[in-house]
Ligand binder design. Sequence first.
Ligand SMILES: [Zn+2]
Length: 89
Amino acid sequence: MSSVEWQIDVDIDADGNVLSAVVEERRELEVGDRGAEPYECDTDERRIISAYCCTCEAETTLYLEVGDSEPWEHDAAHPSHVIDYWRDT
Ligand SMILES: [Zn+2]
């Protein structure tokens, strides 16, 4: 989950004229509200993880070796996309 908040910075001179207005979109990732993803678990064994991007409907299968705990590169490249991971049995 992430929250988006808008911040407006307005510079006004002594006569009340607006010099500039800057709207910033701030995305704050809430840390700690999601548990370990499947690719982060059981790094002492090989595992097959399926991943699906709910944002652009891309999908893949990750074949992770012992000690591997890297996310899908799509996840790393598009931090704003919502990715579902699940472990194939
Ligand atoms: Zn995506």
